[in-house]
Design a protein. Structure first.
Length: 263
């Protein structure tokens, strides 16, 4: 009887015990890993755009200022300073206030001004000649802004060039004229701006400045917990613990697996 039992433990039964111990450890590892990961797993959320609720600026210029076309913010939603004051805003350089238009409509010009502007003045750019446009952006509440991005023209026509620099909330940033003469964007980061009103002034290079969009982001990379991921990992934990408990019972009481003749 003893030799039969010993033989049994040295043979098949011992393998089964090892197998169950190993699987128990594996189940425990899965359970612990799932639990730890469920607590720790977060995902990054990209910096969020900051949306302006209005901007004030001088209207673009056009044929009355020597332009080939009219580069107005024609459909700007706020008031102009010249009667009849509401859109369409067709007066070169008039003061626009209290609205939104070409600079915030989400349309970024990708072509040279010559192909997208017109005498009607409804093209995607706002163009200024002989002035340093000062644009004041308004936000619904105090906001944090890390980055301002300007979408500018850089034309094969030499009369339209990027501004020499941008002054953002009192800080001056140099703008390098790209080698390629195509529309481009330039970003200024690390601004650390907080407030409900941000000023942007573009400094002339002696040519026309053409701007089609200005965007802002808060630069904050948030860490949020992924709910579907947590559910999955917690599921791993529960299943792993269940398996571990069953395997643990099996290993604690191996005699149940012995043939009745050896008990
Ligand atoms: Ca636009
Ligand atoms: Ca326009
Ligand atoms: Ca260039």
């Amino acid at each position: 009887m003893e030799s039969a039992c010993k033989k049994y433990w040295n043979g098949t039964m011992l393998s089964r015990v090892r197998y169950r111990r190993l699987s128990r450890l594996l189940a425990l590892w899965i359970a612990v890993s799932g639990g730890v990961a469920a607590v720790a797993w977060t995902e990054d959320v990209a910096a969020a755009p900051v949306i302006a609720v209005g901007y004030d600026m001088p209207n673009g210029n056009g044929t009355a200022t020597g332009g080939f076309f009219n580069y107005w913010d024609r459909d700007y939603t706020g008031n102009g300073s010249v009667a009849p004051f509401s859109a369409p805003h067709t007066n070169d350089g008039e003061a626009l206030s209290g609205g939104l238009g070409d600079l915030t409509d989400g349309v970024i010009a990708t072509q040279d001004w010559f192909f997208v502007e017109s005498a009607a003045g409804d093209g995607p750019y706002v163009g200024w000649q002989d002035i340093d446009p000062r644009i004041t952006f308004h936000f619904a509440s105090s906001v944090t802004i890390d980055t301002v991005t300007l979408h500018l023209a850089d034309s094969t026509f030499s009369e339209v060039e990027p501004p020499n620099n941008a002054n953002i909330d009192g800080t001056n940033f140099t703008i390098v004229n790209p080698v390629a003469d195509v529309p481009f964007s330039v970003s200024f980061s690390g601004l650390g701006f907080t407030g409900s009103e941000l000023t942007l002034e573009l400094r002339q290079s002696g040519r026309w400045i053409f701007l089609s969009e200005v965007t802002f982001d808060d630069g904050i990379t948030a860490h949020s917990i992924s709910t579907p991921g947590q559910v999955l990992l917690l599921g791993m934990t529960i299943v792993g613990l269940g398996v571990w408990r069953r395997r643990r019972s099996a290993v604690l009481y191996p005699s149940q697996y012995l043939p009745s003749s050896t008990r």
